[in-house]
Design a protein around this ligand. Structure first.
Ligand code: C6P
Length: 411
């Protein structure tokens, strides 16, 4: 049973050792959680404890510390399953990250189910992780790629959805854009896709860390996310999929742990979820993700989302007063998650990010692995500030001050 706790930002900040750092003589203002979140001591300690006290290969040994490692690793899977309301922990496949989870679907389900002339429907706002795998599959099997476009507010244009779904086998879509912050109406889109006979894969890399996600409620088929964006470590991610689909899918990688019986020329496959987890898993990372889920669950994801909604609303309001600024993404904070992208005339995003770093402020500049979206916006790059449980509104003020200082340098 996880104890609940109010999301008190000052108390939360004390949980993150890195936030005590100074950068260029200034307190670190970390506004790049969409790239990777910071880690609370509870996560760092859980991983440290594994290495210090019960480091062993899980699923293999019958000795005490291997059994402890197995229990902790599989316990983490159960916590992740509860966190996203999976039907069973068997539906939770541990991968390296979102990218690998999507590629698992591409290689396993995609190759078996998508053929010449079939459609794969994507959107203009996809991260390269949910774009390039489908480009590769499409060219391999001669499938065709279709795209949902965005409007000038960064919202998906859904009026032509039924028509675009014609002949589509898979709709692969991000839950929340890492660049625009747009939160997409996944449930309604998934219903339309299913009516048209398509399956739905959701890239949840920017959603699971920031809002309540119930994969059954959403009614989707595949859901991918990364541990490192949700207070967990790098090197662990998740593919959730409906059990019947996973049972029918061929394995992804072959090797140890994913087999039941191996003969010289053939093999049979382990039960779910291990059928899709070849080789020694990322044990410490899995345990760290379990601790991260417990950490977020104490606040409840409604509280996390409410906190970020406040920060985004505040940031959009403050930033729009910066002379010459162009803000991207929805104006309505209800459909705008915790990331804000913008450009300024005469200052390249990289220069801006370098100048505000002098003030201790970490923001991301670049194409954010969404080059087709940059093409749609007509820019090469943006600056992006992204928020999490440990951010305060006064950090937005510091960013605005930093931008104004940079504008003076370029005036
Ligand atoms: N976005 C960002 O700064 P991986 O690298 O596999 O953990 O996550 C990939 C990924 C997939 N989808 C979305 C929507 C994402 O935002 C990301 C990662 C980071 O925006 C790094 S490019």
């Amino acid at each position: 049973m996880i104890e609940t706790r109010a999301l008190n930002v000052e108390a939360v900040r004390a949980d993150f050792p890195i936030l005590g750092r100074r950068i260029n003589g200034k307190p670190l203002v970390y506004l790049d959680s969409a790239a990777t979140s910071q880690k609370p001591a509870a996560v760092i300690d859980a991983m440290d404890d594994y290495y210090r006290r019960y480091n062993a290969n899980p699923h293999r040994g019958v000795y005490a510390i291997s059994e402890e490692a197995t229990a902790a690793y599989e316990g983490a899977r159960q916590r992740v399953a509860r966190f996203i309301n999976a039907g069973s922990p068997k539906e939770v496949i541990f991968t390296r990250n979102t990218t690998e989870a999507i590629n698992l679907v591409r290689y396993s389900w995609g190759r078996a189910n998508i053929g010449a002339g079939d459609g794969i429907l994507l959107t203009e706002m996809e991260h390269h992780s949910n774009l390039v795998p489908w480009q590769l599959l499409a060219s391999e099997v001669s499938a065709r790629l279709e795209f949902l476009c965005i409007d000038d507010d960064g919202l998906l244009q859904l009026d032509g959805l039924e028509r675009k779904l014609d002949g589509v086998r898979l709709l692969a879509i991000t839950h929340q854009s890492n660049t625009l912050g747009t939160i997409n109406p996944i449930r309604a889109i998934a219903e339309a896709a299913h009516r048209a006979g398509a399956l739905v894969l959701v890239d949840g890399a920017q959603a699971v860390p920031h809002m309540p996600v119930d994969v059954q409620e959403l009614g989707v088929d595949f859901y991918a996310f990364s541990g490192h964006k949700m207070c967990g470590p790098t090197g662990i991610g998740v593919l959730w999929a409906r059990r019947a689909l996973l049972e029918a899918m061929p394995p992804f990688l072959g090797g140890g742990d994913m087999i039941k019986r191996v003969k010289l020329t053939e093999a049979s496959w382990n039960d779910l979820p291990w059928k899709f987890e070849a080789g020694t898993p990322s044990v410490a990372e899995g345990i760290g993700l379990g601790a991260a889920v417990d950490y977020l669950a104490q606040f409840g994801m409604d509280a996390v989302r409410a906190h970020e909604r406040t920060l985004v609303g505040y940031a959009m309001e403050k930033l729009q007063d910066v002379p010459g600024i162009t803000l991207y993404g929805p104006r309505d904070p209800e459909v705008h998650g915790g990331a804000v992208s913008f450009t300024l005339p005469n200052i390249h995003p990289h220069d801006l990010a370098t100048l505000v770093d002098r003030e201790g402020i970490a923001v991301r500049a670049g194409h954010h692995c969404t080059q087709p979206l940059m093409d749609r916006l007509g820019v090469a790059a943006t600056t992006r500030a992204s928020f999490y449980v440990y951010n305060r509104t006064d950090e937005v003020d510091q960013l605005v001050d930093g931008i104004q200082k940079a504008q003076k340098v370029f005036a």
